[in-house]
Write a new protein. Structure first.
Length: 338
């Protein structure tokens, strides 16, 4: 691991620690809320204001014509399949006490197992390891990261909620259940700004400088707010009682996900050298903060998502070195350096 990546990792953990300190010292007590309520208020603000601004601006500015389709497929196909597999397994086991009566639990765990910290940690990592060429590939993947993975998880969560509502409310036609799911998904604060951004993108109008500046200011708050939110949630829920439940998600995210991307990229999509190294290291990143925002959106497994983010971020210092060593042994890193 390079010094730049190590410093970035320490900065992320320090910001999370500040959020934890704010929670432990009850700095938000004057607002008359406890730690859990404070974390949920911040989560709602992030999910309803700042994240939509980031997603809309990113989608509008996306150069759709220049996206590297084979690279995108090599990353998103195995990651989406992993998301669906985790969702299916958790859905089958949902009768267990930890997830009983929680229809959005499978989607929440699927997000934690697949959604990476691709911005705060991923961008400096790509720049430090792969230079400008690798960073350009990484950013192309990041531009669709939320669109593909969060939208898929949102669809699964909303479908599960619609089924649960239908079960509790009596018989309801399949068409009505699907209609409710589509409506809830379209007005969702993740999906709606992406769809609106794509529609605006296709017009070719671009963004007015004032609107672009407003969106940029709102988007710039996402990273620090989410990191502080993780610390607040850690203070509210603790780590000791939840790290075991999060351990399986950490293993999936840090070990299984990059292994699947490596195998699919090399043997299914025929990638090699720099492109393959970039997608493997993106898949190897720790759990992203959107996993917690997603969990708090559906009021399910918030403590487990917090633990998965913290544990995977700390463990990444060791697993990243292992994946870099493997890529070097496969001759991918020398190809990048050359």
């Amino acid at each position: 691991m390079t010094t730049a990546i190590a410093f970035k990792l320490l900065a992320i953990l320090a910001t999370v620690a500040l959020g934890w300190l704010a929670g432990r010292l009850n700095w938000l007590a004057s607002a008359g809320v406890d730690r859990v309520a404070a974390a949920r208020v911040l989560s709602d603000v992030a999910f309803m204001v700042f994240v939509p601004a980031l997603l809309f601006r990113t989608t509008v500015r996306l150069d759709l014509a220049s996206l590297p389709v084979p690279l995108l497929a090599a990353f998103f196909v195995p990651m989406t399949l992993l998301l669906l597999a985790v969702h299916a397994v958790v859905a089958v086991r949902r009768a267990r006490p930890a997830t009983r009566g929680l229809p959005a639990a499978p989607a929440t765990r699927a997000v934690a197992a697949t959604f990476a910290n691709s911005v705060q940690l991923g961008i400096p990592m790509a720049a430090a390891l792969f230079g400008e060429a690798g960073l350009a590939l990484h950013i192309a993947l990041v531009s669709l990261h939320a669109l593909v993975l969060l939208s898929t998880a949102t669809a699964l969560a909303e479908l599960a909620l619609a089924r649960e509502q239908a079960r509790q409310g009596g018989a309801r036609s399949l068409a009505r259940t699907l209609g409710l799911t589509v409506r809830q998904m379209v007005v969702h604060p993740v999906v709606l700004p992406i769809l609106a951004g794509l529609a605006w993108n296709l017009t070719g109008l671009g963004l007015h400088p004032v609107l672009d500046e407003v969106l940029a200011l709102l988007a710039s708050a996402v990273v620090p707010l989410c990191l502080v939110l993780i610390g607040l949630s850690l203070a509210a829920y603790g780590l000791k009682a939840h790290w075991r439940g999060a351990l399986g998600l950490v293993v999936l995210k840090l070990l299984v996900a990059p292994a699947l991307v490596l195998l699919a990229g090399r043997f299914v999509f025929g990638l090699d050298g720099l492109p393959l190294a970039v997608i493997v290291m993106l898949a190897a990143l720790p759990v992203g903060s959107n996993a917690l925002i997603f969990a708090q959106r559906y009021r399910v497994l918030e403590a487990e998502a917090t633990a998965a983010i913290v544990v995977s971020t700390v463990a990444f210092a060791g697993t990243a070195a292992g994946w870099l060593a493997l890529l070097g042994a496969l001759g991918l890193l020398p190809a990048v350096a050359g």
